[in-house]
Design a binder for this molecule. Structure first.
Ligand code: HEM
Ligand SMILES: *[C@@H]1O[C@H](CO)[C@@H](O)[C@H](O)[C@H]1NC(C)=O
Ligand SMILES: *[C@@H]1O[C@H](CO)[C@@H](O)[C@H](O)[C@H]1NC(C)=O
Ligand SMILES: *[C@@H]1O[C@H](CO)[C@@H](O)[C@H](O)[C@H]1NC(C)=O
Ligand SMILES: *[C@@H]1O[C@H](CO)[C@@H](O)[C@H](O)[C@H]1NC(C)=O
Length: 330
């Protein structure tokens, strides 16, 4: 539907977001900090851009951080909380492999606490940094980020393992997990396009190279690509080795992921799974065009970015002082 008429869906999505937000006191808005911290946009952008310029692999990390935050307990910066003696946090769950970018968020938060203390939530910083990290390559913001989220006080390793789909998930599981968060098949395909950036560790896809335990590759994997992957990974997999998710352009945000996918060169089983359903396969096909993909990616990021947000009823969230630690109870 969205593919057919972008504008109508865009507008109705905006209206929906406004309505949902109003019910809860605090309204998420692109200009939430206009009066309280007008410099937020400039600060997040300049720190994020300088870090990504120095280390292009960070763009993938900052994008993934926002996804892992939103899928577990909503976009409330629970992913940033460090484990304590009494609690193992989300960031220490099994799916945490290669999660990173925490130090960039810390640096932005420190700067913002100097300029506008106790005003900006860590959850908003994560959402803005993800957008700015992807946008660096284009030199302009590629989608609008609503702000006004509050930070949560709970982070549980068990919830991360439960709520984040596995790289070996099939289409049914992916669709169900996304639907549970209000995300449809177009969102699933668009957001999977984030795998145009970054890497996956050999252990995550090793089963695809040894599908039945006899050393045979997953038949849905292009044989030449499988052969290439075998040259990259050892048995047992070396935890230090990772392979590009989008073989030809893993530091460029583009639509090559979908082109490769259609040639059976999707790295994860969850990537390949998008071809196993006729509806998602059609969306994959249409996203080979960059502009269609980018427009839809922005819409889906905006939708993902409001999952379960805390909007500030008295005990519903806080503005964390240090993104790694919940504020002391008073
Ligand atoms: C559809 C369900 C998804 C599954 C099953 C999935 C799974 C994975 C796995 C297994 C990895 C490799 C981790 C590693 O070995 O280090 C990965 C990497 C990545 N994922 Fe996803 N993911 C999904 C959706 C998303 C979404 C929605 C985003 C962001 C919007 C995202 C962004 C990334 C990025 C950027 C990387 C590369 C990270 C890096 O290079 O450090 N993924 N994903
Ligand atoms: C990921 O979680 C495991 C526990 O499941 C922990 O041992 C490991 O240190 C964590 N990795 C990172 C990078 O935080
Ligand atoms: C998908 O995976 C789930 C969980 O592993 C499994 O229960 C289900 O049977 C699978 N569905 C298909 C169609 O393979
Ligand atoms: C494939 O998996 C089987 C069973 O887990 C294992 O014994 C074998 O060594 C693996 N072969 C390769 C080539 O990875
Ligand atoms: C990378 O590009 C080459 C040449 O255009 C193409 O043959 C190959 O299929 C691409 N690989 C992937 C994984 O997309």
């Amino acid at each position: 539907m969205r593919l057919v008429n972008l504008n109508v869906v865009f507008v109705s999505l905006l209206v929906l977001i406004e309505v949902v937000s109003v019910c809860n006191g605090r309204v998420l808005s692109p200009a939430f900090y206009r009066k309280s911290c007008p410099q937020i946009g400039r600060i997040v952008r300049s720190i994020t851009w300088s870090k990504v310029a120095a280390n292009p692999a960070l763009a993938a990390k900052l994008l993934r951080l926002h996804y892992h935050d939103c899928f577990v307990r909503g976009c409330d910066a629970s992913i940033l909380i460090d484990s304590t003696s009494g609690n193992t946090a989300e960031k220490d769950a099994a799916p945490n492999r290669s999660i990173g970018g925490y130090d960039v968020i810390d640096e932005i938060k420190t700067k913002l606490e100097e300029e506008c203390p106790d005003i900006v939530s860590c959850a908003d910083i994560v959402a803005l940094a993800a957008r700015d990290a992807v946008s660096y390559q284009f030199g302009r913001p590629m989608w609008q980020v609503l702000t006004g989220r509050k930070d949560g006080r709970v982070s549980l390793t068990s919830e991360a393992s439960r709520d984040l789909p596995s790289g070996n998930a099939n289409f049914t599981t992916l669709q169900q997990q996304f639907a549970g968060l209000g995300l449809n098949i177009i969102d699933l395909v668009a957001l999977s396009g984030a795998h145009t950036l970054g890497v996956a560790h050999c252990a995550v896809f090793q089963r695809r190279l040894n599908a039945t335990g006899k050393g045979d590759a997953d038949p849905s994997l292009d044989p030449e690509y499988a052969q290439f992957l075998r040259t990259q990974c050892t048995t047992p997999p070396n935890p230090a080795v990772a392979v590009a998710l989008d073989a030809n352009s893993s530091v460029s945000f583009d639509s090559h992921y979908f082109v490769g996918l259609r040639h059976n060169k999707g790295l994860l089983r969850s990537d390949a799974a998008l071809l196993t359903d006729p509806r998602s396969a059609r969306v994959v096909k249409s996203f080979q065009g960059f502009h269609v993909f980018m427009a839809n990616f922005g819409l889906s990021m905006k939708k993902m970015g409001v999952i379960g947000v805390k909007k500030g009823a008295r005990d519903d969230g806080e503005i964390r002082k240090n993104c790694r630690v919940v504020n002391a109870a008073n």
